[in-house]
Design a protein around this ligand. Sequence first.
Ligand code: ADP
Ligand code: MG
Length: 620
Amino acid sequence: MTQTIDSFEQLGLSAPILEALAGIGYETPSPIQAACIPHLMDGHDILGEAQTGTGKTAAFALPLLDRLDLSLKRPQVLVLTPTRELAIQVAEAFQRYARHLPGFHVLPIYGGQSMVVQLRQLDRGAHVVVGTPGRVMDHLERRSLNLDGLKTLVLDEADEMLRMGFIDDVEWILEHVPTERQTALFSATMPDPIRRVAHRYLRDPREVKIRSSTTTVATIRQRFCQIGIAHKLDALTRILEVEEDLDAAIIFARTKTATVELADKLEARGYSAAALNGDMTQQLRERVIEQLKGGALDIVVATDVAARGLDVPRISHVINYDIPYDTEAYVHRIGRTGRAGRTGSAILFVTPREMRMLKVIERATRQPIEPLQLPTREAVADKRVAAFRQQVAQVLQSEDLDFFEEVVAGIEAEQEAEVHAIAAALAFLAQKERPLQLPMGSGPDIAQLNAPRREREPRENRDEILERRRAASDGRLQRYRIEVGRNQMATPKDIVGAIANEAGIESRFIGQINLYEDYSTVELPADLPQDVLEILRRVRVRQRQLEISRFEGDAPPPRRPTRPRNQDFDSRKPSGENRFGERKPWAGGKPGAGKPAHQERGHDKPWAGKPAKKKGPREH
Ligand code: ADP
Ligand code: MG
């Protein structure tokens, strides 16, 4: 296409659709729309690659609406999407674009929704069906969905469907719908298996690839912050307080449990936050999204799956609290902000061990990710004081304070105190719930920990610190009891995985694991801090909370001999390094016997050296 397209009229769309677009306020087609719409109107297959937020939905919805025969009330278009949320969103988009097409009917179908309702709706007929692969398959098998009249099949967010393991279902569907059809495949990335599907099922497709320089990513400012696990929450709250232009934020955490915990902690600190994850009912999830859209919520803490495809324009910030597993997930996550040409911010927390992943992401997105300097305690305090002053000014201006002036006069007379001092005391009281100053921790401020190190600490000093840390811990391993065992089909691998991922304890600090019928024992450092134990109490393995507790006394010998388990278990390590073998560094006989590996090697604590919690004002 040589001629540039700067209006929807030029694309040859019909009057009712143009009218709807004018009503919505789209001015010009986005690049993917300009490139795809003519091909789809001509009936060609399409292989479209463009990042999230580039307007792929309208790229297929507009031309397909244009080609519908509204007098035939049966599915002519089927759109497959990876998630229920996306199915709903795409159906809503069709509905909006079809506002002036009388009698138009679109139906979203997805798992979790009542089958009876769906069957009734399908019976009534729809021109367009948007569904998740599993549910669409169900209906095809029951013959409750008849696709004999299908003209076009769209695979939306194909890479996500692949990642979520739907690719077989998708292929099954491709093989069970009429072969005489148009097929369009859209994806933010084009991994090989998707290419293969395209090659196999698309006929002479027109390939449209929108280069990333013209996509949303360029309008998203990307920053990272190197931070230990134990400091993440503190770092997050500082960022939330000090960031400019913060409207709504979506925070990505790696596990469902983590989304709930983090949302709770943010709520306790006064934010309107909620979790969004796959454990929640469809209804609840929809409500959360509506609340975020409407402003009743400012922060949603989500897993990748639950947030896929989310389109909430007011999301100004994406915070990757836990680094994503791969670059595609990163691209999808940050695509939740900077929607429709707005600017957005993406912040990535990276633990020291994850710095390599940062490089991989930078390389893949071809975008530099700048270091973010964490706000200092003083910066946060400044911000809070400024807000406090403003509140005071507002009260001075707008409230009738006669009664309160009398109260103050009473205090003045009684205490013989200066009005200034009284005002200070009142300010102190007023900030008790939400202190104006961040509490002083026992260590250096995290803002300094995070700062790029220009001078190193003098050597004696570093050794001293290390020595103090060693002394603080007696280095023993302690046996803990967890309430999941063989009857729940738990394996040592599950247990190590859960403990390592959820509590951030590296697997090399996890000692022997013995499985019994309904519980197990696991060796962990004896001096695990309380908050790590708290986390571990709630971690789930095979649907059961670990309810971890110190195990006192002798454990009965495990039923199975230990050796086979030792061998089948830790497949991640070369055999010579077996964690449970005689060569375990703290297993005795050798110098330093009885000390866990991290002590011997002078490493930091497994939970990243969180300073001992001091009693004091609640952290905010
Ligand atoms: P993608 O599927 O590529 O991630 P969406 O189709 O969800 O992107 O569109 C992202 C956002 O851009 C939506 O809010 C949509 O309404 C908006 N949008 C799409 N096309 C246009 C356009 N031509 N002009 C303005 N906004 C648009
Ligand atoms: Mg999309």
